[in-house]
Write a protein that binds this ligand. Sequence first.
Ligand SMILES: [Zn+2]
Length: 138
Amino acid sequence: MLLCSLLDANIFIYKFTLSLIHLVIFTSNIRNNLSPTMNAARFKAMPVIETGVCRFCGHNKKCRVINIEYENLGQREVYSEMLLECFGILLSNLDRPQKERLVCASCVHRLRAACSFKNQLLKCEETLKRKIEGKLKI
Ligand SMILES: [Zn+2]
């Protein structure tokens, strides 16, 4: 019970910190008068490391950095945040050198699929709840 509370508090602090970072980036973009197109260009410049050890599967592959913003189909994605949101897993040592913060394309695809599945499930659950609540009120 105490462990759950500590984990919840830890996740809350992490998400709150991320919100502050996003706010700073957002206001910084407004201040710098960046257009969405220029922001997209910023995403595409994010690094792809030719060879490195993936922290999610342990294989030596072409990788991306776990805690840097990337873009996929016009959407911002940060793999450490997606992992936290989807599974509640808070990765450690994200301040280590870049070569120790890598994730391969296969694991990125699996993470995206997991996040997508979770969102689909939550949406269906919400729809079901609304239907049941609607029936109960009649
Ligand atoms: Zn991997």
